[in-house]
Ligand binder design. Structure first.
Ligand code: 5GP
Ligand code: ZN
Length: 114
């Protein structure tokens, strides 16, 4: 837990979020500023800033949830596809310094990658 991390505050229940799925070590919730309907973030509950900071068991658990959830998110909003990705580091667009996987539903003809 990092005291000044918004996603740690969500894990702790101090900031509300719309939970989509939860395991012992992983939490998925709706993005507060979605790029598309159903835009979901999947995070390890333990604070880690970079993908490279995750041990392999946690990285595996995180990706298991992403793999299970992505088709469910697509189905929920009747999407045709999804962008699944991580901004790893500030220069790559990471604004929240807690590893998170974006699952962004995509629709035929919606104009290309975000
Ligand atoms: P990044 O740019 O770090 O890859 O993405 C951070 C994401 O977190 C953004 O899509 C932003 O909308 C989302 N976000 C930031 N603060 C909050 C919050 O307090 N609650 C939720 N649900 N999402 C947030
Ligand atoms: Zn954190």
């Amino acid at each position: 837990m990092s005291d000044d991390c918004v996603f740690c505050s969500i894990v702790a229940g101090d900031i509300p979020a719309r939970t989509v799925h939860e395991t012992d070590d992983v939490l998925a919730f709706l993005d507060a500023n979605p790029l598309a309907a159903g835009h979901t973030l999947v995070i390890p509950k333990a604070h880690a800033r970079h993908v490279g900071d995750l041990d392999s068991a946690l990285a595996s658990d995180l990706f298991d949830v992403v793999a299970e959830l992505t088709p469910r998110v697509q189905d929920a909003v009747d999407a045709d596809a999804a962008n699944v990705g991580i901004n790893d580091g500030a220069a790559a667009g990471q604004e929240v310094p807690h590893v998170h996987v974006h699952v962004i539903p995509r629709f035929e003809g919606d104009g290309g990658a975000p």
